[in-house]
Design a protein around this ligand. Structure first.
Ligand SMILES: [Zn+2]
Length: 74
């Protein structure tokens, strides 16, 4: 079994249909692991994550959803 360019949403883990129109809620978007508002690098591929538009916007500029909660205040 090979994953041939399967695009998975890094937030919900579900496949992303690249055939959907860009304004579709489940369309492909490029999210940033470290939000730009928190100093994330928009040009760093290591900071880029694929996500559904819905998941991306639902997350907003909050911390990564699966990130272990710490006592650190941001
Ligand atoms: Zn998603």
């Amino acid at each position: 079994m090979k994953a041939e360019g399967t695009n998975l949403c890094w937030i919900c883990g579900q496949p992303i249909d690249l055939g959907l129109p860009p304004n579709h809620v489940m369309a492909w978007t490029l999210d940033h692991y470290v939000p730009l508002s928190l100093g994330g690098d928009p040009l760093d591929p290591a900071n880029a994550r694929e996500a559904h538009r819905r998941c991306n916007s639902a997350r907003g500029n909050g911390p990564p959803p699966n990130h272990v909660r710490t006592t650190r205040e941001w």
